[in-house]
Ligand binder design. Sequence first.
Ligand SMILES: [Mg+2]
Length: 186
Amino acid sequence: MKIAIDLDGVLADASKIWMRILNDRFNIKVDKSNVDQWDFWKKIGISKKSFEEVFDDAWKEWQSIDETEIGLKENIDEIKDFGKTDLVTARNKKTMDDVMKWLEMTKITFDEIVVVDENYLKGNLDYDVFVDDSPIQVMEIANLDKVALVYDQPWNSHIISRNNLIRIKNFTEVISYIKDSKFRNQ
Ligand SMILES: [Mg+2]
């Protein structure tokens, strides 16, 4: 089994930081509950490019970026026992230095770190199971007959579970799914 784990919104929660920058830069007032759609920049009337710049700037403050839940390092280590487990992140490559520092700080390690362009559809990569929070990514992964585990976030709450598209709340549920699927395939 090959497992691809996303970074932003799955392991790393930079939302406090990018919301602060967004609110300061555009003189608006949004909080996480307002971010109920993936392309929410449309809702607040800024361009995708402007939002991506805010996001990249947020990663410069990598030391303040939270982990989405406690015990990530241990959970990822456990997942590695079931197959090759890679971090697969679609992003601006210039943020990767900060990402590497964050990974070092959190001590979360992977078999491999794979970086693809911001708009690349990860489903095309050779993995069996993906953990991701992007509605665009998970729909494509499921359409390609691979397994998409949808990490619960306000911007993907409209995605409904079906066969190979499964909503999960945390990494305990990811591990249960992977354990069960290994058992099913034996
Ligand atoms: Mg993500």
